[in-house]
Design a binder for this molecule. Structure first.
Ligand SMILES: C[S@@+](CC[C@H](N)C(=O)[O-])C[C@H]1O[C@@H](n2cnc3c(N)ncnc32)[C@H](O)[C@@H]1O
Length: 270
């Protein structure tokens, strides 16, 4: 793998580009359903890893959790603070890294991550950190993109034009039960994974592409590395994929996909 620090800086700059909070507001259900799946109890200590603008942290706080959200993009945390203030919810948002969580062992009853931890380059270390800060008997809840989902295919489409860093393991491995069992299985008393639907909606495929190019950091960075012909080809490939997934039957985009919702219980002896 390339220099891990340089890779981290690059990833941080990638997620800091655009404004993921604009995308996140279209995915509120995922955090809400995840908090139901892990069955957050009022008063529980909850950590949301790679919280972004706080979707899942907010969902946990709405259920009475004592919530901390960490992310390595300060501007997204600021959005989370604004959203929490608007709902009169108390959430501690801190700058932090998924691979090195700044909390003592067993600090939380519940550790969550929605489409977040899966992007950290060192997958084993990230999983170990999530397990470490979760108390024995506590729960880990994840939402991840499977490789065979529309979004998994979108990542592969972009990777055809802009190859990922050499040696990096694909984030979508976190969307497979086999890999999750490798990462968490030994330390988990149980691990349950279910596929859930998620639908991408926009006024049109073209407006979706424009929105994605404006607000989604990884797309912005991918386009920056391409010359005009490459940009044109990538635009076409992304739009074609969305068109193939479109089930609206009219000029709008209504593209169903799936994600994996995972709940693991940390074994007491682990
Ligand atoms: C797809 S967004 C999801 C954000 C949020 N969990 C949500 O569901 O709206 C991915 C988030 O992971 C964060 N992230 C990626 N790698 C990270 C890392 N190594 N440490 C901390 N945050 C990270 C990004 O800054 C971004 O906010």
């Amino acid at each position: 793998m390339a220099d891990p620090e340089a890779l981290k800086r690059r990833q941080q700059q990638t997620w800091a580009a655009g404004d993921f909070s604009m995308i996140a507001t279209q995915q509120l259900l995922v955090g809400e359903l995840l908090c139901e799946a892990v069955d957050v109890h009022p008063g529980q200590r909850v950590l949301d890893v790679a919280t972004g603008s706080g979707n899942t942290a907010l969902a946990a706080a709405r259920r009475g959790g004592q919530v901390t959200g960490i992310d390595f993009v300060p501007a997204l945390l600021e959005r989370g603070r604004e959203r929490a203030a608007a709902e009169r919810l108390t959430i501690e948002f801190q700058v932090g890294e998924a691979e090195a969580l700044g909390f003592p062992d067993a600090s939380f009853d519940v550790v969550l991550s929605t489409f977040g931890a899966m992007f950290a380059p060192d997958q084993e270390r990230t999983a170990r950190e999530m397990l470490r800060v979760c108390r024995p008997g506590g729960k880990i809840g994840l939402a991840t993109w499977p490789p065979d989902s529309l979004i998994g295919e979108m990542f592969r489409t972009v990777a055809r034009f802009v190859p990922p860093p050499a040696g990096a393991r694909p984030p979508v491995l976190w969307g497979t039960e086999d890999r999750l069992r490798e990462l968490f299985g030994g330390a988990a008393a149980s691990l349950r994974a279910v596929r859930r639907p998620i639908v991408f909606r926009h006024r049109s495929v073209e407006s979706w592409l424009e929105f994605n190019r404006r607000f989604f950091g990884p797309t912005i960075k991918a386009f920056e590395t391409l010359d005009p012909a490459g940009q044109e080809a990538l635009s076409r490939a992304m739009a074609d994929l969305m068109r193939r997934g479109n089930r609206s039957g009219d000029a709008t985009l209504v593209a169903p996909s799936e994600y994996l919702e995972v709940v693991a219980v940390r074994a007491r002896g682990a």
